[in-house]
Design a protein around this ligand. Structure first.
Ligand SMILES: Cc1cc2nc3c(=O)[nH]c(=O)nc-3n(C[C@H](O)[C@H](O)[C@H](O)COP(=O)(O)OP(=O)(O)OC[C@H]3O[C@@H](n4cnc5c(N)ncnc54)[C@H](O)[C@@H]3O)c2cc1C
Ligand code: FES
Length: 255
C-alpha cells in the first residue's frame, strides 16, 4: 500500500464529549484504500512542543464521499491543538501506515472488544467485516454511561454489548466480566484499548485457545521504522509497532 504525505481538509470537527472529538478529513485527490488497524501520523502546526507527528487510528472511511474520520481523545498539547481545528483547515498527514487486522475465515464467530477511546479502529473494522459478510458481536467497555460513545454507529455493523465500571448502563464491571465473552464460543477476538484491558483479554484468549489480534498504541516517534522508539518484544525478536504492527497476533507477543 503506497504511503502518502498530503494535506487533507477538515470537513467536520465534532465534539462528542469533554475529552473526545472526531475529525472528518477530505482529500483533494481520491483517498487511498485503507484497511482497519492502519493509522495516520498527523503534523501539528503552530504548537510548540509538538515537533513529532502524532499517530491516530483510522476510525471510519467513506470512499463514495472521499472522506475518513479520526476519533481523538485530548491527551496533551498535540491533541488539544487538533481539537481546535475548524472546517476548511488543512492537516498534513503521512498515511496509511502500519499493518491491519486479518480477515477471519468464512463461518468463524467473531468478537470485537474495545475500551474507552481505544475503540477508535474498531468501527472501521466492524464495518469492513460487515461488508465482507461477517456479523460481529461487539463488546465495548466504558467508565460510566456518560462516557459511552457511538453506540448507534457500532450497532449498525454488529450486535453491541456494553459494560460500565459503575453499572450505570450494560453489565457492571470490566469487559472480561461480561457473559457474552464466554457464552458464544468465539473463534477470533479482535481487541483494542487500554493495555491492562488488552492483557486481560489476551489472558482469556490464551486460556480458551481463541485466536486473537490486538492493536498496540506504543509511543511513537517517526512512525516509519526509523527511530526504533516503538519497539515491542515478540517471539520473533524486537519489532517496530509502527511498521510490523500496530496489529499483532497474541501468539507473537511476550505478554
Ligand atoms: C498506532 C497508534 C494509534 C493511535 N490511535 C489513537 C486514536 O485513534 N485516538 C487517540 O485519541 N489516540 C490514539 N493514539 C494515541 C495518541 O497518539 C496520543 O494520545 C497522542 O499522540 C498524544 O499527543 P499529545 O500531544 O496530545 O499528548 P502528549 O503531550 O504527547 O502526551 C500527553 C500524555 O499522553 C501520553 N501519550 C502520548 N502518546 C501516547 C500513546 N501513543 N499512547 C498512550 N499514551 C500516549 C503521554 O505519555 C502523556 O502522558 C494512538 C497511538 C498509536 C501509537
Ligand atoms: S515510531 Fe519510529 S520506528 Fe516506530
Amino acid at each position: 500500500m503506497t504511503k502518502r504525505i498530503e494535506f487533507l481538509r477538515i470537513t467536520e470537527n465534532k465534539r462528542i464529549n469533554k475529552d473526545l472529538f472526531t475529525l472528518e478529513l477530505s482529500g483533494s485527490e481520491r483517498i487511498p484504500e485503507m484497511k482497519p488497524g492502519q493509522f495516520v501520523q498527523a503534523k501539528i502546526e503552530g504548537s510548540p512542543g509538538t515537533f513529532l507527528r502524532r499517530p491516530f487510528s483510522v476510525h471510519d472511511v467513506n470512499y463514495p464521499q472521499n472522506t475518513f474520520k479520526l476519533l481523538i481523545s485530548i491527551a496533551g498539547r498535540g491533541t488539544e491543538a487538533l481539537s481546535r481545528l475548524v472546517n476548511g483547515d488543512l492537516l498534513n498527514l503521512i498515511y496509511p501506515l502500519g499493518n491491519f487486522f486479518t480477515l477471519p475465515k468464512k463461518g468463524q464467530r467473531i468478537l470485537l472488544v474495545g475500551g474507552g477511546c481505544g475503540i477508535a479502529p474498531l468501527l472501521f473494522l466492524a464495518k469492513y467485516l460487515k461488508s465482507n459478510d461477517f456479523i460481529p458481536n461487539i463488546l465495548l467497555g466504558f467508565r460510566n454511561k456518560e462516557r459511552i460513545i457511538e453506540y448507534d454507529e457500532y450497532s449498525e455493523a454488529g450486535k453491541v454489548f456494553l459494560t460500565t465500571e459503575d453499572g450505570s448502563r450494560g453489565t457492571k464491571g470490566i469487559v472480561t466480566e461480561h457473559p457474552v465473552l464466554s457464552s458464544e464460543g468465539y473463534d477470533v477476538i479482535y481487541c483494542c484499548g487500554p493495555e491492562s484491558m488488552m492483557k486481560a483479554v489476551v489472558k482469556y484468549c490464551r486460556q480458551n485457545r481463541i485466536e486473537c489480534e490486538v492493536s498496540l498504541e506504543n509511543l511513537m516517534g517517526c512512525g516509519i521504522g526509523a527511530c526504533l522508539c516503538c519497539v515491542v518484544e515478540t517471539v520473533k525478536g524486537n519489532l517496530c509497532t509502527c511498521v510490523d504492527g500496530p496489529v499483532f497476533n497474541i501468539n507473537d507477543l511476550k505478554w
